[in-house]
Ligand binder design. Structure first.
Ligand code: C5P
Length: 232
C-alpha cells in the first residue's frame, strides 16, 4: 500500500468533472467521487472515470441494516472501484455484512474504510443529539477498533487522529485524511487542518484534497505540489 493523494471531485455534473480531469494529461490522479456527483450522474460517471484510467474512492458512506448494506456493496463492487466506505456507527455486524457483499467470487474486493465520527460532530452534539456521553476521542478509537475487528482496511479520520489510530489499530490499518491545506492557502470551512507535509509526518496513508486543488488557478501544479509534499 503506497501513500497517495486523492482529489475530491466535488462537482455537480459530469461536464464540470471532465473539464477538470482533462487538465491532467500526464499522471492520472486517484479521485474521490462523493454523494453530490454520484447522485447527479449515477454509476456511468464511475465507469467513465475508471475507463480513463483513474483509481476511484467511491465515498457514499453507507449506513443501513446489514442485509441492505451487503447487497448494495455487491453492486458497488461490480463497478470495480478501488476504495469505498460506510459508517462504523452501523455496528460490527453491518460492517461484516459489507465485507461479504463487497468480496467478489475470486476473493478480491475494493478497500473498505469506515467513517468514525464525522468531523462536523463535536462533543456537545454527540452528547445532546446522540446521547453518547464518552469523550469523542474514545468514541473515534472505539469505532476504529470495531472496524478493524470486522475486517475493514482502515478509517477516514482527521489527520490529527491518524497517529492515534495507528497506535490503537496498528500501522497496517489505513488512515484516509481530509482537512488538508497548504501552509500559504485558504482554510475555507475546514476547522482543524494540516499541510500535506504534516500529514505525512503524522503517518496518514492517503490525504483527500478538494478545493486546494480544484479551486486552484493551476490545478495540476497544486496537485503536483501535494504529491511532492506528501509522497516524496
Ligand atoms: O475541499 P476540501 O479539501 O475541504 O474537501 C475535503 C473533502 O473531504 C470533501 O469531499 C469532504 O466532503 C470530505 N470530508 C471532509 N471531512 C470529513 C469527511 C469527508 O472534509 N470528516
Amino acid at each position: 500500500m503506497g501513500k497517495d493523494v486523492i482529489i475530491a471531485c466535488d462537482f455537480d455534473s459530469a461536464e464540470k468533472t471532465f473539464a477538470f480531469l482533462d487538465k491532467f494529461t500526464g499522471r492520472k490522479p486517484f479521485v474521490k467521487i462523493g454523494m453530490e456527483l454520484y447522485y447527479a450522474e449515477g454509476p456511468s460517471i464511475v465507469k467513465e472515470i475508471k475507463r480513463r484510467g483513474h483509481k476511484i474512492f467511491l465515498d457514499l458512506k453507507l449506513h443501513d441494516i446489514p442485509n441492505t448494506v451487503k447487497k448494495s456493496m455487491a453492486v458497488l463492487s461490480r463497478l470495480d472501484v478501488d476504495m469505498t466506505n460506510l459508517h462504523a456507527a452501523g455496528t460490527k455486524r453491518m460492517m461484516e455484512a459489507a465485507i461479504e457483499g463487497l468480496t467478489r467470487e475470486d476473493g478480491s474486493r475494493p478497500m473498505l474504510i469506515a467513517v468514525t465520527q464525522l468531523t462536523s460532530t463535536d462533543q456537545e452534539s454527540m452528547e445532546n443529539d446522540l446521547l453518547i456521553k464518552e469523550p469523542i476521542d474514545r468514541v473515534v478509537m472505539h469505532y476504529a477498533h470495531n472496524a478493524k475487528e470486522a475486517g475493514l482496511d482502515g478509517v477516514v479520520c482527521s489527520p490529527l487522529e491518524a497517529g492515534k489510530v495507528h497506535d490503537t489499530c496498528g500501522n497496517g490499518f489505513v488512515t484516509v485524511t481530509p482537512g488538508v491545506r497548504f501552509a500559504d492557502g485558504d482554510i475555507g470551512d475546514q476547522k482543524r487542518v494540516m499541510t500535506p507535509e504534516q500529514a505525512k509526518i503524522i503517518g496518514s496513508d492517503y490525504i483527500v484534497v478538494g478545493r486546494p486543488i480544484t479551486a486552484a488557478s493551476d490545478p495540476v501544479a497544486a496537485y503536483e505540489r501535494c504529491v511532492k509534499e506528501f509522497c516524496d
